[in-house]
Design a protein around this ligand. Structure first.
Ligand SMILES: O=C(O)c1cccc(C(=O)CC[C@H]2O[C@@H](n3cnc4c(=O)[nH]cnc43)[C@H](O)[C@@H]2O)c1
Length: 209
């Protein structure tokens, strides 16, 4: 069975697509894996996976760049996000943030599911959050650190884990750290390096898998 590679944008997986001679599209096919470009964010990801994910896939590999809250992680480092949270899902109250669990309407915490990794990975395992709004002010970053103490932040990860939990399909999320979560300054982001490192890892994974 095939692996479904899921990325928000084509540039994030352009290196692997070039390596495997895939012409840019929304869904690209090979004999061993397909590549799905969802668009940025949870809604686009949920729609794309809802339309594409089925039991013909043996696992989902979510690839992308991400921000980190941990200054000890150098930009360009690859991490394995093993837990991911819809961090904004809930309600504000004068007493603080109320999670969707507290409200009794569902869950916000999701995990990777039994991924098949075809080689020994020494990637650091981290806890991620998934956001609609990239954090970019001291106040919101402090509130998020105090509440959840996450390692990383993306705009899709928890939505991928959600779809895989719903379908019972194993999944793995590998992110390459492009930036620190800090007051917004995209001049300090290392997008090129993070994407190169991500694609080199993915080519090895998909060649051996
Ligand atoms: O500007 C570019 O060249 C460029 C090339 C490829 C991708 C991008 C993106 O901005 C992709 C958006 C993607 O990045 C994730 N991301 C990265 N850092 C963060 C963050 O600090 N907080 C939340 N999300 C982040 C996210 O998953 C987006 O899908 C630009």
């Amino acid at each position: 069975m095939k692996t479904l590679v899921v990325a928000a944008t084509f540039p994030e997986v352009s290196g692997l697509c070039e390596h495997f001679l895939l012409k840019e599209g929304r869904l690209m096919y090979t004999p061993n894996f397909d590549v799905l470009i969802t668009g940025v964010g949870m809604t686009a990801t949920a729609f794309a996976l809802g339309s594409t994910l089925n039991s013909s896939y043996s696992q989902v590999l979510n690839l992308g760049i991400a921000g980190t809250y941990q200054r000890s992680i150098p930009l360009g480092t690859l991490v394995q996000v093993t837990q991911d949270i819809f961090s904004e899902l809930g309600a504000e109250s004068p007493a603080g943030f109320l999670t969707i669990e507290t409200l009794g309407f569902g869950k916000s915490h999701f995990q990777e599911i039994n991924p098949e990794v075809p080689f020994q990975t020494d990637l650091q395992q981290v806890n991620g959050i998934t956001v609609n709004r990239v954090h970019g002010t001291k106040e919101s970053i402090k509130e998020t650190k105090d509440r959840l103490n996450p390692d990383t932040e993306s705009m899709e990860g928890a939505a991928v884990f959600y779809a895989c939990e719903q379908t019972g399909i194993p999944c793995l999320q590998i992110r390459s750290i492009s930036n620190y979560v800090e007051e917004r300054n995209t001049a300090t982001w290392e997008i090129g390096k993070s994407i190169r490192n991500l694609n080199a890892w993915a080519i090895r994974f998909l060649t051996i898998a």
